[in-house]
Unconditional design. Structure first.
Length: 79
């Protein structure tokens, strides 16, 4: 399984802070992102940051392994 976490306004658009997605051999972050964007297009309109196992990722071709934790979030600001 892939553990997917959402933060901030992305949670509001998915209706959930966490999902479990079936792992498939050969799965990349891009494949996962595309699958989720199809289900939650409004959420992925604002997703701009991703992390895999606690590490910020810019290259979405990164392969995922079973039990990976993937986080998607929108840019945020605070003060």
């Amino acid at each position: 399984m892939i553990n997917v976490l959402f933060f901030g306004p992305v949670v509001e658009r998915t209706g959930s802070a966490a999902l479990k997605i079936e792992f498939m051999p050969g799965m990349t972050l891009q494949i996962l992102r595309d699958e989720l964007a199809e289900k939650y297009p409004r959420a992925f309109e604002i997703v701009s940051l991703a992390a895999v196992n606690g590490q910020h990722v810019r290259d979405f071709s990164i392969p995922l392994i079973d039990n990976s934790e993937v986080t998607f979030m929108a840019k945020f600001s605070g003060g």
